[in-house]
Design a protein around this ligand. Structure first.
Ligand code: FAD
Length: 317
């Protein structure tokens, strides 16, 4: 079922959803299930599955390091299929521009259609680990908006090459990313919001936000988005802080601020168990305020660990 239909069916009730990361190549899928299963009691209508792009690895060949390229977390579509099969829940693959040609994306979209996947999150993806800025893959898309256009075309039955009469068209509901504290490369929040509007005009049905730790930033973002005519649901994304190092890593990787009150509480902690508890309590307060404001979903970034998400969900859902 489409995310927009889940929202309509909920009639104003806030729903719970979360994102998972595919296991590393060579690891068993069981660990992923072990993290999903405890969260199923909160009845998520969907689970997002991220996609990671290729990266360089160094392989020891007779004492010499050989630089090779590989995808360390493959299998997004397969994992979506297994989640749908095992839990009878919608699974949403993240489709990214980086590392894929338009042709490869089309094959993936056709696979998603055959599997009965109703929703996709369309993203540009980040730069490769050894690149400073995102470089489009040869034959691939430069911005997420171009990917949204490709999906919208397929929804109309328009494939990349008109080589035969098409009987098939897809009907994907498309999510895109939004940044309450602006995307790190955008010159201003206003510029970034205009680009978000272009994604919606190209066919995006809903927005999921980057994580934030100050709800005021989300509420202001939603108000500004509405003011420029973005009228699709904007789903807030949250992540509980779990270790002290998150104070440095999260602002660096996601270009966001952590409120001083939360920083002070984390710095008072003597152990990571205490940090985790602080993160859970902060996230509970954020979730309660967002639910009171009537958000359609609270979406959680599990990053492969579910115990703190479960603690938050137990308190608020
Ligand atoms: P875009 O919307 O293309 O925007 C990228 C930048 O370009 C922005 O600064 C924007 O303002 C600017 N821009 C857009 N259009 C134009 C234009 N026409 N001209 C000039 N500038 C423009 N990454 C992954 O690799 N895998 C994932 O699974 C994944 N999941 C995510 C899920 C969510 C909910 C979020 C918020 C992010 C996720 N990311 C993921 C990270 C995301 O790929 C990065 O943040 C990426 O740098 C930007 O992606 P985007 O889709 O927002 O890009």
């Amino acid at each position: 079922m489409k995310v927009t239909d889940h929202i309509a069916q909920a009639q104003g009730k806030t729903l719970f959803s979360f994102e998972v990361i595919p296991p590393q190549k060579g690891k068993n899928i069981q660990e992923l299930y072990d993290n999903i299963t405890p969260l199923m009691e909160f009845k998520p209508p969907f689970i997002d599955v991220t996609t990671s792009r290729e990266e360089y690895v160094y392989v020891n060949k007779n004492g010499l390091l050989d630089k090779q390229i590989t995808r360390m977390r493959p299998g997004t579509i397969g994992i979506c299929a297994s989640i749908m099969h095992k839990y009878q829940v919608d699974a949403i693959p993240h489709v990214i521009c980086g590392g894929f040609t338009k042709e490869e994306t089309e094959y993936m979209l056709v696979d998603c259609h055959y599997l009965g996947i109703d929703n996709l999150v369309a993203l540009r993806g980040d730069a490769m680990k050894d690149q400073k800025y995102f470089e489009p893959t040869k034959g691939g898309h430069t911005y997420a908006v171009d990917l949204v256009k490709q999906i919208s075309d397929l929804n109309k039955g328009k494939f990349l090459h008109d080589i035969m009469d098409n009987e098939m068209h897809t009907d994907f509901c498309v999510g895109v990313a939004g940044y309450p504290e602006k995307h790190m490369e955008a010159p201003s929040l206003e510029f970034d919001l205009q680009k978000l509007k272009e994604k919606v005009e190209a066919g995006a049905d809903y927005v999921v936000t980057q994580m934030f730790f100050d709800n005021k930033k989300y509420f202001e973002f939603v108000a500004k988005a509405k003011a420029i005519g973005i009228n699709v649901p904007i789903i807030p994304g949250l992540k509980p802080i779990a270790v002290q190092r998150h104070l440095q890593i999260l602002p660096h990787v996601f270009s966001l601020d952590i409120p001083q009150e939360l920083v002070s509480e984390v710095l008072k902690c003597k152990t990571n168990a205490q940090v985790k508890q602080v993160g859970i309590e902060w996230c509970i307060q954020q979730s309660k305020e967002l639910i009171a404001a009537g958000v359609p979903f609270v979406h959680f970034y599990s990053m492969g660990k579910s115990d703190n998400i479960k603690a938050v969900a137990e308190a608020v859902f």
